[in-house]
Design a protein around this ligand. Sequence first.
Ligand code: G6P
Length: 596
Amino acid sequence: MCGVVGYIGHRQAQANLLESLARLEYRGYDSCGIAVLDGSIRVLKDVVRVADLAATSEPLEGTSGIGHTRWATCGEPNQANAHPHYDCTRNIAVVHNGTINNHQQIKARLLAGGHTFSSDTDTEVISHLIEENYQGDLASAVRATLNQIDGSYAIAVIHHKEQDKLVVARCGSPLIIGLGEGENWVASDVPAILDYTKKVIFMEENELAVITRQGVRLWRDGREISPEIKEVEWTAIQAQKGGHEHFMIKEIREQPRIIRESNSVLAHSGGSDPGLIEILSSNPPPTILLLACGTSYHAGLIAKYLIQELLGLSVHIEIASEFNYQRHRISEDLGIIITQSGETADALIAMRSLRKEGMKLLVITNVPGCSASRLADETWYTRAGPEISVAATKSFTAQLKVIYGLLLSSSRLDRRDRDRLTGAFRHLPSNIQQIIDNHQDIQSCGKYLAGYNNVIFIGRGLNYPIALEGALKLKEISYIHAEGCAGGELKHGPLALLSAETPVVVILSRDATYEAMLNTIREIKVRGAPVIAITPARESDIDNLVDRVIHIPEVENLVSPMLNAVALQLLAYYTALERGCPIDMPRNLAKSVTVE
Ligand code: G6P
């Protein structure tokens, strides 16, 4: 949700900023811009993708500057609203990720005081306030400004009279500082700087930093502190397409390796340091609260099912944005928050309020050093590596893998289920690889679905959340309207939509729901709707019943969501490919949703 970058060093800033911005485009791509210090301040910004700005822009001389890629919140995506934003004199330039809640009052006061505004954004008030507060020291002016605004921000600011520094600050939106030799960077996220350095300072809430070529000075709540430098594990190669047509297909194809590598993690998770997870084994039986958004919420639904079924615990699950507006809460023993980015505003708001209430919080996330991990008592990393495509794929299956790891950590899991799970995991990487290798049937189904405007996905039990996820993937990247529903609910409404123009994707599970789902297929067929069945290989009896079949390898049903998820990711991918959609950057979406 908007990407912020900054560079100060000995290289030309323009190329450096644009390269970093290109790596942050998953955060928003409505417009982009840069400001370079070249004695004065030179700004280039437009309603284009970063590659187009790089291709068309005039060369700017200067070795420091800031940049931004935007996901529009306040003010439509146009050139004037693109960042960086200036003050009246154009002495100051600001890039911002976040929301300023009191911008209207501030703007009214500034307008009355003679300031003129050139955009509709909330961000522009920051540059005008800095102008008003400036008395020869940019850091002091920024500090004074931050005391006047209410909201969330990660900002980077430059002033034409202070050519040797960037001033940056964070509150509610992520910001990291990358450290080099005689050069330093700032960015919303690690992939932006991986080409240059792995030494990072993860900025905390209410921190302000002054970054020069020589180093970084950091203040928290106004008091100077010494920065904690961390080494990041991710590599630049991981954040590149590496010959694949899209990041999405690269990330789908990475899943067998990620699951294979994690099998040792799963084995370890039953080991010597159970941490918070021991709550899952404690007596009296604990209650669990699960919170997440988007695809991570679907992983949460599967977690709820598994924890209830296999550990016999009571689990309450909520979409984080809904949870935040509830007046009456049950206080559970353990909160589990699932978030790929660890920066989703709704999840962080929920975590802050649960922390205040004293609940123990465990986070499942993919991003080292993220805000959620800093709010949690304990973090379990999904270790999927950087996920760049906006549509979550490998992070979802990696979340499921961690959830299975949590189950295996509990002594409440009975021996038989433990054996079933560990046995299934042994073959899972090759099972997933089989689906990826034999993708032709899925690709042909994708071509077929590409001609429709509405698709319904149904599943039951463990695979009901997969129906929701399959529908979400399809609508996100192919722009086909898709709805996921529980198999048994079809007749309570969605059946009214069925016709030859509305295909239904049916996910079959080899469990007690199988026969009921066959009946549902018959009910769909007599209404004339085409059916695509996703079914374990052995179930050849359904071939005559449906229009198209995607056979997936026969596996222990408890892990079948992993395979069905991959098949549906591929289905969405090939459908979107056929429709010529911008797969990695679907319109209006962003990967990291840092606004409420
Ligand atoms: C956005 C992304 C989704 C993601 C959701 C939750 O909508 O586009 O892919 O599932 O946010 O994000 P999180 O990082 O909290 O898992």
